[in-house]
Write a protein that binds this ligand. Structure first.
Ligand code: C5P
Length: 402
């Protein structure tokens, strides 16, 4: 089933250079069966032409409150749309919206509509970072606007920083997720992500190469699927949606404590963190100096968070990860038993896969099934995993009722 089939998308285009990407966005949306009507601000017409938008959408393009048969285009369109997506949204338009102005068709219909409104900010990085723009964005967020992006990188003006409109493919993916059924509604999901750091002395630690990308992608996918998500994260440089509760930890012991503080009303626990198995016995209080050719550091085992969760919270659906360099499936099946969990997501660690990469390739192992997900972006893999985890949740709960 195509989720976007016959979905009515009102695309608002404001006057930013990223408007040149809108024809491509319309093409992607209409290819999926969506009906796209476009509203342009006066300035947007400097960047993109009406015939192009009309041809690609095969729908009328609007530019004034006086468009439409009964001169009520703003009301007609505000009722028609399943979603209003304003891409690109300039700093000026963000300011207009946050103050409730209605001085053209797009701003007027935004006041009139009861449909969700999404903005995809697009502007020079200083304009984006300006306190006024930031406080306008907060105001919009607190008034039910959804904000997608911006991306970070090289800008049309030659500067580098935050303010790039999300790419059409990314906007399409977000719209997909927006309309996808909320299969995890009312579920409380706890997810761990990233590495842990085990201090050796005040300036050194033991850790691993985990970037946290898989766990963060799972947190976003679970949230989009309707779950209440708590993300317990080791040190990473990643950010997460404001609506997701994030608890930051450093060591395995801190992660252990944070997880167990959140398991009482948890339905699903996803242990995606690369928790260090060992920590130093005694953390040196001053820097370890270079003296002998070799030194010995004694390590002791950290608590196994996932395994303990199975002992203390057997009713929670528990999902583990296995990052392996060899004997992937054999090790994964062993882990399924050892850690007594419902699913192990086994990923090969290697070139372009696993730790730091944006892509992953995983085998999903349960007691009665083994599904291979082919190589894809971690954000895409995360969506597929949340579906499979939901199926496992339903199966386990129906078994429990038997
Ligand atoms: O024990 P191992 O690291 O091989 O297994 C990986 C899985 O176990 C991952 O899901 C990881 O989050 C979890 N784990 C844990 N506590 C540890 C080590 C790993 O929960 N101390």
């Amino acid at each position: 089933m195509n989720i976007l089939k016959n979905k009515k998308i009102l695309l608002g285009i404001t006057g930013g250079i990223a408007a040149y990407k809108c024809p491509e966005l319309i093409r992607l949306l209409t290819q999926q069966g969506a009906i796209v009507r476009t509203v342009l601000t006066a300035c947007a017409k400097n960047f993109v032409t009406i015939p192009t938008l009309q041809t690609l959408s095969n729908q009328p393009v609007y530019e004034s409150v006086w468009d439409g048969m009964d001169s009520m285009a703003h009301i007609e369109l505000s009722r028609w749309a399943d979603i209003v997506l304003i891409a690109p949204t300039t700093a000026n338009f963000i300011a207009l919206l946050s103050h409730g102005f209605a001085n053209d068709l797009l701003s007027t219909l935004c006041l009139a509509t009861t449909s969700p409104i999404v903005i995809a900010p697009s502007m020079n990085q200083q304009m984006y970072l300006n306190n006024l723009t930031q406080s306008n964005l907060i105001k919009l967020k607190n008034n039910r606007f959804l904000i997608w992006g911006p991306g970070d990188g090289i800008q049309a003006c030659g500067e580098t920083g935050p303010g790039r409109m999300l790419e059409p493919e990314e906007l399409l993916e977000n719209i997909h997720q927006f309309f996808a059924p909320k299969i995890m509604q009312n579920k409380n999901i706890v997810i761990t992500a990233g590495p842990t750091q085990e201090p050796l002395d005040p300036v050194r630690y033991l850790s691993n190469y985990s970037s946290g990308k898989m766990g963060y992608a799972l947190a976003e996918a679970a949230f989009t699927a309707g779950a209440n998500v708590t993300l317990i994260s080791g040190p990473t440089d990643l950010t997460i949606s404001n609506e997701i509760k994030k608890v930051e930890v450093l060591t395995a012991e801190e992660m252990h404590r944070a997880v167990f503080n959140h398991l009482d009303d948890c339905d699903i626990f996803i242990s995606a963190a690369a928790v260090c198995d060992y920590k130093t016995d005694n953390v040196a209080t001053s820097k370890i100096k270079k003296t002998d050719k070799t030194i010995t550091i004694t390590l002791t085992q950290n608590p196994d968070i996932l395994k303990e969760a199975a002992n203390y919270y057997p009713k929670i659906i528990r999902i583990g990860f296995a990052a392996e360099t060899h004997n992937l499936l054999e090790n994964a099946y062993k882990k399924l038993e050892d850690k007594n969990c419902h699913m192990i997501i086994a990923n090969e660690v290697g070139k372009d896969k696993g730790f730091h990469s944006n892509d992953n390739q995983v085998s999903v192992i349960t007691r009665n099934n083994n599904v291979h997900l082919k190589k894809a972006a971690k954000t895409e893999i995360a969506i597929q995993l949340i579906r499979l985890i939901h199926e496992t949740f339903l199966r386990e709960h129906s078994l429990a009722k038997c």
